[in-house]
Design a protein around this ligand. Structure first.
Ligand code: NOJ
Length: 698
């Protein structure tokens, strides 16, 4: 009965929308297929500045990069009260990891391995977006990436498709909630479909090339999960895959995404992507480019103005048919209806949004849980109320803490490390020593002076926020500028005094010597607006670290791409046999594997067992905390499947779970997985390293 009612509603809706389309001029239709950028944030070339007249005339039907209750209301009012057909605007913005309240960068947040937390931050971001008058966000970013040279790995959920899929579901639910028309819901836009994370040599905007098997196994699953979770929009990547630009990829957009995965929502291009089909060399002019994108099923042209300028000619040249334009317009109008915009275009954006005590509390909690304790020799951490020398260019750098793309967050709302430590009541003296990325070493001497009467030296080092993110690829993954020189000087001067490194970055860094010389290393990534408090919470032991790296850390750039899901190869490494797979100048293993992250507990896993459970298997493992402090352990479940004739990865992630345990307590983690066909081995453990895994053959 319920199903019938919904279908009836859908039919009525389509008829209503068809009636609207029948009244539209070609220019009005193309307006609905156009999204133009305002300049509240600049995320690409501003080639077509928004004119209110264009909205009034129906020539522009959607905007990005404008936010705030006042401005969005004013612009929506022009569309709804002054344009001929009174069609409301889609108003979109990138709230990748928060809107006003900035949470940790996605790569860091992935390391919580906690779908409820992933959903909670998306929910709050959606509430803030809606408060800011937006109805769409260009998130979640779902590009699996195994290449830390690529700056956008910062925006991604890391190297693994299972994690990416869980992230996709949680984020889609969080942004859209159960009711897309809700005053606190926005349309999610999963991006960038597909395989952008496998870009050649990690160089931004380069090509991608891979087998169909790899595409389906690694890069497609998060998008499948987003579609299954009901994501309302998807953004094709800028890149070309196997020689076909994604913006014009009929097979992957039409056959795979729309037909096979069943995506019925709106495809929004990336910024200027249709015009870039000319640079790709697949279109001779804007009309051809527009036709290629439309034929691939792309609905909204973001910032190329190719549909408005090119499609009229494409129609004349019979490159496209009016029905194809109408189909795209229909999908856009259906989304506007689903968002409740026809019923009440002003339902969002009713009040001004700001960072609140409540949103800060969530940012602090998630921020602290995203920190990954890479090393902690002799349990130097947590700190026991010492006098601290806080050295390094990232100690007093609140403005860097939001990472490369902190939505509408303001740098003055972000708490740096120095402030966080001071607020925690620690005695702190500070000198930057060097800047983040210059060769000037003149400040090192005065920084070293501070080390003399400190109990512990805290080195705050790493990348500037804008060294990762879009258009921020790096070929060297060491510390930028003269920071390694500063660190070496501090290690010399410290003479055995504890040196704790807090390392900021939008990617794993290849810093083996820094790690080996430091007593403790905390990977902070970019933790968001509560960075300083979150870091102080972990350093002082108020919070036991629980973050796990969602991506492998290389020892050297030459190991990249490095990831745990490798296939065995015919000559797996054997130290006694030269003719086996290895480097002659570096180990095969990563500096830190996927899943690595220490806690203040001391965990032991035992009694790994598997029971049949319908079509699946239930896996249980006991976890005991032998340490003196309460802590949270993360358990990963991996599969190695043997298939006749086809190689399979040595480890495939099939589940993860967490358990918080006080000292001397024990509990059980239970996970489920579909029953594998044929011979297989299951593994559980705290990270993707064979030496730390328990195994069972099934
Ligand atoms: C370009 C980026 O690739 C995309 O992720 C983003 O959503 C748009 N700019 C809009 O800011």
């Amino acid at each position: 009965m319920k199903k019938r009612t919904i279908r009836l509603h859908c039919r009525e809706l389509v008829e209503q929308i068809n009636r609207l389309i029948a009244q539209m001029t070609l220019a009005e239709k193309l307006g609905q297929l156009t999204m133009t950028a305002a300049d509240y944030a600049v995320t690409g070339p501003l080639i077509t500045p928004v004119s209110e007249d264009a909205i009034r005339s129906g020539a522009i039907g959607n905007l990005l990069n404008l936010y705030g209750a006042g401005p969005t209301h004013r612009i929506q009012k022009i569309a709804v009260e002054e344009s001929r057909l009174r069609i409301p605007l889609l108003l979109g913005f990138d709230a990748l990891h928060g809107q006003r309240t900035v949470f940790p960068i996605p790569l860091a947040e992935a390391g919580l391995f906690d779908p409820a937390a992933w959903e909670a931050t998306a929910r709050l971001a959606a509430e803030e977006c809606a408060g800011d008058g937006l109805n769409m966000t260009f998130a979640p970013m779902l590009d699996v990436s195994r290449d830390p040279r690529w700056g956008r790995i910062a925006e991604s959920p890391g190297e693994d498709p299972f994690v990416g899929s869980a992230f996709a579901r949680a984020k889609t639910r969080g942004f859209q909630s159960a009711d897309l028309a809700g005053t606190n819901a926005v349309s999610a836009c999963a991006k960038h479909y597909v395989a952008y994370g496998a870009i050649n040599a990690g160089r931004e905007y380069a090509s991608t090339d891979m087998s169909e098997a790899m595409l389906r196994e690694v890069y497609l699953p998060p998008f499948r999960a987003a579609v299954e979770a009901g994501v309302a929009a998807i953004m094709p990547a800028f890149t070309d895959l196997n020689g076909i630009p994604m913006t014009a990829h009929v097979h992957l957009l039409q056959n795979v995404l729309r037909e096979e995965l069943g995506f019925e929502g709106v495809l929004v291009t990336d910024y200027h992507a249709i015009a870039e089909l000319l640079n790709h060399g697949v279109a001779g002019d804007l009309a051809e480019a527009a036709a290629l994108a439309l034929k691939a099923g792309v609905d909204i042209d973001m910032m190329s103005d190719a549909y408005r300028l090119g499609l009229p000619q494409a129609l004349q040249r019979n490159l496209v048919a009016m029905e194809e334009i109408d189909a795209a317009v229909r999908r856009v109008l259906v989304l506007k209806e689903r968002l409740g915009l026809f019923a009440d275009p002003y339902r969002r954006g009713r009040s001004d949004v700001s960072v609140t005590a409540q949103s800060r509390a969530l940012a602090r909690d998630v921020g602290a849980r995203s920190l990954v304790l890479l090393k902690n020799d002799a349990n130097i951490l947590p700190l026991a109320a010492p006098k601290l020398a806080v050295i390094g260019p990232l100690a007093d750098a609140g403005g860097e803490m939001g990472g490369p793309w902190g939505g509408a967050g303001r740098s003055e709302d972000c708490v740096g490390v120095l402030q966080g430590l001071t607020d925690a009541g620690l005695i702190v003296r500070h000198a930057p020593g060097v800047a983040i990325d210059t060769d000037d070493v003149s400040g090192i001497a005065s920084a070293l002076e501070l080390c003399a009467d400190a109990d512990v030296i805290l080195l705050c080092l790493g990348e500037a926020a804008l060294m990762s993110g879009e258009a921020a690829s790096r070929a060297y993954l060491g510390l930028p500028g003269a920071q390694q020189e500063l660190a070496d000087a501090v290690f010399e001067k410290a003479g055995g005094k504890p040196v704790v490194v807090v390392l900021f970055s939008g990617r794993p860094l290849a810093v083996p010597s820094l790690v080996s010389r430091a007593h403790a290393v905390l990977a902070a990534w970019f933790p968001g607006c509560e960075a300083g408090h979150a870091i102080a919470d972990v350093l002082t032991g108020k919070v036991s670290p629980s973050g796990r790296t969602a991506v492998s850390w290389p020892r050297a750039v030459g190991q990249i791409p490095i990831f745990f899901g490798e296939r065995p190869g015919g000559r797996p490494f054997n130290p006694k046999d030269h003719f086996t797979s290895h480097y002659s100048d570096v180990e095969n293993t990563p500096l830190f594997p996927f899943g690595h992250g220490l806690t203040y507990g001391d965990f032991e896993l035992s009694n790994f067992r598997v029971e049949p459970d319908g079509d699946g298997l239930t896996v249980k493992v006991d976890v005991a905390n032998h340490g003196a402090l309460a802590a949270e352990e993360t358990v990963f479940l991996f599969l190695n499947q043997k298939k006749p004739g086809v190689t399979r990865p040595l480890l495939e992630l099939k589940g993860f779970g967490k358990i918080a345990l006080p000292p001397s307590e024990q509990g059980t983690v239970t996970l489920t997985l579909p029953r594998p066909i044929g011979r297989a081995e299951l593994f559980v453990g705290p990270k993707a390293a064979f030496s730390s895994l328990l195994s069972l053959s099934i």
